[in-house]
Design a protein around this ligand. Structure first.
Ligand SMILES: [Fe+2]
Length: 187
Protein backbone atom coordinates (compact mmCIF):
# COMPACT_ATOMS: atom_id res chain seq x y z
CA UNK A 1 0.00 0.00 0.00
CA UNK A 2 1.40 3.37 -1.01
CA UNK A 3 0.95 6.13 1.56
CA UNK A 4 0.36 9.39 -0.28
CA UNK A 5 -0.44 11.76 2.55
CA UNK A 6 0.09 12.05 6.28
CA UNK A 7 -3.42 10.66 6.85
CA UNK A 8 -3.49 6.88 6.83
CA UNK A 9 -6.50 5.12 5.32
CA UNK A 10 -9.15 4.42 7.99
CA UNK A 11 -8.79 0.64 7.57
CA UNK A 12 -5.31 0.57 9.07
CA UNK A 13 -6.19 2.64 12.13
CA UNK A 14 -6.79 0.82 15.42
CA UNK A 15 -10.57 0.78 15.88
CA UNK A 16 -10.73 1.46 19.64
CA UNK A 17 -10.14 5.22 19.47
CA UNK A 18 -11.17 6.76 16.12
CA UNK A 19 -9.08 9.94 16.25
CA UNK A 20 -10.39 12.73 14.06
CA UNK A 21 -7.62 15.29 14.42
CA UNK A 22 -6.81 17.89 17.02
CA UNK A 23 -9.58 19.45 19.12
CA UNK A 24 -7.60 22.01 21.08
CA UNK A 25 -4.34 22.93 22.73
CA UNK A 26 -4.87 24.67 26.08
CA UNK A 27 -2.43 26.89 27.96
CA UNK A 28 -2.53 28.99 31.09
CA UNK A 29 -2.61 32.74 30.57
CA UNK A 30 -1.80 35.08 33.46
CA UNK A 31 -3.40 37.93 31.49
CA UNK A 32 -6.44 36.67 29.57
CA UNK A 33 -7.05 40.07 27.97
CA UNK A 34 -3.50 40.25 26.57
CA UNK A 35 -3.64 36.62 25.40
CA UNK A 36 -7.02 37.13 23.72
CA UNK A 37 -5.95 40.34 21.99
CA UNK A 38 -2.62 38.95 20.77
CA UNK A 39 -4.17 35.70 19.56
CA UNK A 40 -6.77 37.61 17.54
CA UNK A 41 -4.77 40.61 16.33
CA UNK A 42 -1.34 39.09 15.76
CA UNK A 43 -1.95 35.36 15.25
CA UNK A 44 -5.24 36.00 13.45
CA UNK A 45 -7.25 33.35 15.31
CA UNK A 46 -10.81 34.60 15.92
CA UNK A 47 -12.18 34.37 19.45
CA UNK A 48 -15.08 31.90 19.30
CA UNK A 49 -15.94 31.49 22.98
CA UNK A 50 -15.02 33.15 26.26
CA UNK A 51 -16.69 32.21 29.51
CA UNK A 52 -16.36 32.64 33.25
CA UNK A 53 -15.88 29.32 35.04
CA UNK A 54 -16.51 28.24 38.63
CA UNK A 55 -13.83 29.38 41.06
CA UNK A 56 -13.41 32.79 39.41
CA UNK A 57 -11.50 31.61 36.35
CA UNK A 58 -12.03 32.08 32.62
CA UNK A 59 -11.75 29.78 29.61
CA UNK A 60 -11.40 30.79 25.95
CA UNK A 61 -11.36 29.13 22.54
CA UNK A 62 -9.91 30.63 19.36
CA UNK A 63 -10.48 29.16 15.88
CA UNK A 64 -7.20 27.63 14.67
CA UNK A 65 -8.77 26.12 11.52
CA UNK A 66 -10.12 22.73 10.53
CA UNK A 67 -12.11 22.33 13.76
CA UNK A 68 -9.11 22.92 16.03
CA UNK A 69 -8.94 25.56 18.76
CA UNK A 70 -6.24 27.46 20.60
CA UNK A 71 -7.53 27.64 24.16
CA UNK A 72 -6.53 29.61 27.25
CA UNK A 73 -7.35 29.13 30.91
CA UNK A 74 -7.07 31.98 33.39
CA UNK A 75 -7.24 31.81 37.19
CA UNK A 76 -7.10 34.47 39.92
CA UNK A 77 -3.66 35.10 41.44
CA UNK A 78 -4.42 33.19 44.64
CA UNK A 79 -5.46 30.13 42.64
CA UNK A 80 -2.44 30.32 40.33
CA UNK A 81 -0.31 29.50 43.37
CA UNK A 82 -2.04 26.08 43.49
CA UNK A 83 -0.86 25.36 39.97
CA UNK A 84 2.85 26.17 39.96
CA UNK A 85 3.73 23.55 37.37
CA UNK A 86 0.90 24.60 35.09
CA UNK A 87 0.20 20.88 34.93
CA UNK A 88 -3.22 21.29 33.43
CA UNK A 89 -1.93 22.72 30.15
CA UNK A 90 -3.00 20.02 27.74
CA UNK A 91 -3.61 18.73 24.26
CA UNK A 92 -7.05 17.41 23.31
CA UNK A 93 -7.71 15.07 20.40
CA UNK A 94 -11.05 14.93 18.66
CA UNK A 95 -13.23 11.85 18.19
CA UNK A 96 -16.64 11.64 16.48
CA UNK A 97 -19.36 12.22 19.10
CA UNK A 98 -21.04 8.88 18.31
CA UNK A 99 -17.95 7.08 19.64
CA UNK A 100 -17.76 8.94 22.97
CA UNK A 101 -19.15 6.13 25.17
CA UNK A 102 -17.18 3.44 23.34
CA UNK A 103 -13.94 5.36 23.85
CA UNK A 104 -14.78 6.01 27.51
CA UNK A 105 -15.20 2.23 28.04
CA UNK A 106 -11.97 1.54 26.18
CA UNK A 107 -9.99 4.02 28.31
CA UNK A 108 -11.57 2.65 31.50
CA UNK A 109 -10.61 -0.90 30.54
CA UNK A 110 -7.03 0.21 29.92
CA UNK A 111 -6.95 2.07 33.25
CA UNK A 112 -6.20 5.32 31.44
CA UNK A 113 -9.34 7.33 32.27
CA UNK A 114 -9.05 9.95 35.00
CA UNK A 115 -12.48 11.65 34.73
CA UNK A 116 -15.01 13.02 32.26
CA UNK A 117 -16.49 16.52 32.07
CA UNK A 118 -19.52 17.57 30.02
CA UNK A 119 -18.80 21.22 29.23
CA UNK A 120 -21.90 23.36 28.81
CA UNK A 121 -22.16 26.84 27.39
CA UNK A 122 -24.63 28.21 29.93
CA UNK A 123 -23.30 26.06 32.80
CA UNK A 124 -19.58 25.18 32.44
CA UNK A 125 -20.06 21.68 33.90
CA UNK A 126 -23.25 19.76 33.20
CA UNK A 127 -24.10 16.58 35.10
CA UNK A 128 -26.13 15.03 32.26
CA UNK A 129 -23.94 14.03 29.30
CA UNK A 130 -26.88 14.52 26.95
CA UNK A 131 -28.04 17.91 28.26
CA UNK A 132 -28.70 20.20 25.25
CA UNK A 133 -26.36 22.85 26.74
CA UNK A 134 -23.35 20.48 26.46
CA UNK A 135 -21.14 21.57 23.55
CA UNK A 136 -18.04 19.43 24.15
CA UNK A 137 -17.62 16.19 26.11
CA UNK A 138 -14.17 15.57 27.47
CA UNK A 139 -12.35 12.48 28.70
CA UNK A 140 -9.28 13.42 30.72
CA UNK A 141 -6.59 10.77 30.89
CA UNK A 142 -4.36 10.00 33.83
CA UNK A 143 -0.90 11.50 33.35
CA UNK A 144 0.46 9.79 30.25
CA UNK A 145 4.17 10.07 29.58
CA UNK A 146 4.11 13.06 31.91
CA UNK A 147 1.47 14.87 29.86
CA UNK A 148 -2.14 15.78 30.45
CA UNK A 149 -4.13 14.48 27.48
CA UNK A 150 -7.81 14.84 26.70
CA UNK A 151 -10.03 13.09 24.17
CA UNK A 152 -13.10 15.12 23.28
CA UNK A 153 -16.18 15.06 21.10
CA UNK A 154 -18.03 18.16 19.97
CA UNK A 155 -21.83 18.46 19.85
CA UNK A 156 -22.31 22.16 19.06
CA UNK A 157 -20.42 24.51 16.75
CA UNK A 158 -19.19 27.61 18.56
CA UNK A 159 -20.60 30.95 17.37
CA UNK A 160 -18.79 34.06 18.64
CA UNK A 161 -21.99 36.11 18.30
CA UNK A 162 -23.55 33.90 20.99
CA UNK A 163 -20.68 32.36 22.90
CA UNK A 164 -18.50 35.28 23.95
CA UNK A 165 -20.22 35.58 27.32
CA UNK A 166 -17.84 37.89 29.15
CA UNK A 167 -14.88 40.27 28.92
CA UNK A 168 -11.34 38.92 29.41
CA UNK A 169 -9.61 39.62 32.73
CA UNK A 170 -6.15 41.17 32.94
CA UNK A 171 -3.33 39.98 35.23
CA UNK A 172 -4.87 41.90 38.16
CA UNK A 173 -8.21 40.20 37.65
CA UNK A 174 -10.05 43.20 36.22
CA UNK A 175 -12.41 42.62 33.32
CA UNK A 176 -11.30 44.71 30.32
CA UNK A 177 -14.05 45.63 27.83
CA UNK A 178 -13.30 43.64 24.69
CA UNK A 179 -14.87 43.37 21.27
CA UNK A 180 -13.70 40.58 18.97
CA UNK A 181 -12.26 42.08 15.80
CA UNK A 182 -13.89 39.29 13.77
CA UNK A 183 -17.48 39.41 15.03
CA UNK A 184 -18.32 42.51 13.02
CA UNK A 185 -17.61 40.55 9.81
CA UNK A 186 -20.26 37.95 10.68
CA UNK A 187 -23.14 40.42 10.47
FE1 LIG B 1 -9.41 20.87 27.18
Amino acid sequence: MEIKSNKLPQMVLPPSIPYDGLSHVAFYADDMHAATKQTEEELGMPLMCLMDIPGGGQHSFHDAGNGAFMSFMWFPKEKRADKPDRSFSHIAYLIPDAYFEKVREDLEQKGLLNYAIYHGLEAPMQVDADHPDVWIRSLYLKKTMGMTLEIASVKTALDPRKHIFTDPRNADGEKVPYKSIFVKDLG
